[in-house]
Each structure stands twice: as C-alpha cells, then as structure tokens.
Design a protein around this ligand. Structure first.
Ligand code: FE2
Length: 295
C-alpha cells in the first residue's frame, strides 16, 4: 500500500512547478503482484462472445470517435470492460493476437467491482496525497488498467486529462501506478513540465446531442500550442506512483518491445466543483466514490 504520509514540501513544490510528480516505491511488491495477477485473470476470463470488439484511442480522428462513441464504451463507467488495441486487427478486421495480448485497456469501474483494485484505490495513502494536492472532497470517478501490449501497444498523443473529465473549475488529477517497469522502449509517459500553468483546457470530449461522443472546443482557452512545449521522458520502476495534473500535457509512444507495460490508473475530481453534464462519463445514483470515506 502507499504510505499514509502524503507529500513532502519538496514534492509539493515539484508538483506546483511541473504539473506532475513521480513517487517511487508507492506500492509494495506484493500489492503490485496482486494487481498484475488480477489484471491477467480478468483478461483470461472475459469472453469474446458478444463482445463488440471496441477499440480504444484518445486520438480525435473520425474513425476513433466512431469506435469510442459506442454504447459499450459509454456505459462502462461502473463496469469492467475490455477495449482493444487498434493494431490487434488486420485491415480486414481479423483479430491477429490472442485476446490476452490484444486488449489496450480494462475499465472503467475496477475501483467499484474488483476487490483488489478497490483496496488499492480507496486507501488512506491516496487520501493523504489528494488532500496535499488541495482536494476537500476527492472523488474517484474512473479506473483502468492500461496494458500497452508487446509490439502493438499504441501511442497516446499529447493530451490533457481534464479534456475527458471536465469540472468547473478544472480539478482532475490522475493517479497512475506502474505495475511493470516503464521505459523509453515500452512507451513510458512523457510530460511538458509546467504546461498546466500555461495551457488552459481547450478541447472537451463530450456526449454529442445526436448520440455518440466527439471533441468540442473551449472558446475561452486562450492561445497556446503544443508545438511550443518541450516534453521530457518519465521512465519509472514498477510500484511507482505518477501524479498527473489534469491540465498538464502528457503523452506516450508505442510499445515496440517484446514485453508488456501494465499500469493501473484512476482519476480524482473535486466533489465541490460543478461536474459537467456533457462529460462522457456520468455518475450513477450513488455518485462518485468518496475518498474521504476511507478515513
Ligand atoms: Fe492521460
């Protein structure tokens, strides 16, 4: 489990300056093993029968919007569902890999339905960190395992997480736990340090009025360009926690190696801020999971 001590002054300063923070050894080796075991079990157990073969990408081209816009994705917030790597299929749509090597991500309700992931999420350590980041009523609203499969693990283009989980004012923070070593060759994260201070959220991923999802511009976001930002690599060892500010630009490259790059991530928003009704993910009647309840 993560320590219950929260962040040091030095860590808080780094976060404020850079918009991300790497905390080595945040999970014990036993917890990492348990979460990996659970991930592999889920991949073994799910059935391809009746699966819509939905692919996942955060890119904004028309074809990817069509894929993520389907019902299987939109109703996944309180389920454990399986989204494919685009490169797992041939151009004619034939699955080229065994299912356990073809899934891009598992989500988005692991923190609700999987006891192993639930107990790694709703912890006093995560609450202490959330409070040190300024949250009053931190709510966990989605969780996922991202597999970054060998050879086919896709790149994730530069983005801001608040694009997908918008509150007013923006408050999303990603808690990103490495379950395997993340290196330059298997597609570790990279960040544009300080971009959370320069770059307001300028794009929103929303439910469209006619159904499905799409991107919408935020008019008030001001002028800034990704081209002006410099990205630095963030390789981490398994068990590390990476905190990601909802406004910081980050991305990852393809996994070109022969090993996977499993990570577990969940997102927290401030429960006191207005949650936007256009967001793709909407709360169930019980609302989002209160981290304050672990106290
Ligand atoms: Fe992200």
């Amino acid at each position: 489990m993560a320590s219950t001590e929260g962040l040091t002054t030095e860590q808080r300063d780094f976060w404020a300056e850079n918009g991300y923070l790497i905390i080595p050894n945040a999970l014990s080796p036993e917890t990492v093993d348990e979460l990996l075991r659970e991930s592999h079990q889920l991949l073994e157990d799910f059935s391809l029968d009746g699966h819509p073969m939905t692919k996942f990408t955060t890119g904004d081209d028309a074809s990817s919007s069509a894929h993520v816009g389907d019902n299987y994705f939109l109703t996944s917030h309180d389920q454990i569902r399986f989204f494919f790597e685009t490169a797992a299929f041939s151009s004619s749509g034939v699955l080229l890999k065994p299912k356990t090597r073809a899934i891009n991500k598992i989500g988005h309700g692991l923190h609700l339905l999987s006891p192993a992931f639930r107990s790694a999420t709703l912890t006093r350590g995560n609450l202490a960190i959330a409070r040190d980041l300024g949250f009053s009523d931190p709510r966990v609203l989605q969780s996922m395992v991202i597999c970054k499969q060998p050879e086919i693990g896709g790149a994730v283009p530069s983005h801001q997480d608040s694009t997908f989980l918008y509150t007013n004012p923006p408050s999303a923070v990603g808690f990103w736990y490495a379950l395997e070593d993340c290196t330059e060759s298997n597609g570790c994260l990279s960040f544009a340090p300080g971009s959370h201070r320069r770059c307001e959220v300028k794009k929103r991923f929303v439910r469209m009025e006619g159904g499905g999802t799409g991107f919408e511009d935020v008019q008030s976001a001001g002028e800034w360009s990704e081209e002006d930002e410099t990205f630095v690599l963030g390789p981490v060892e398994r068990g590390s926690l990476v905190l990601i500010h909802g406004n910081v630009l980050h991305k990852s490259e393809r996994n070109t190696g022969m090993g996977s790059r499993f990570i577990y991530t969940f997102h927290v928003i401030e429960g006191e801020n207005k949650y936007d009704e256009k967001n793709w993910l909407q709360p169930t009647a019980e609302g989002f999971s209160r981290l304050n309840d672990v106290e």
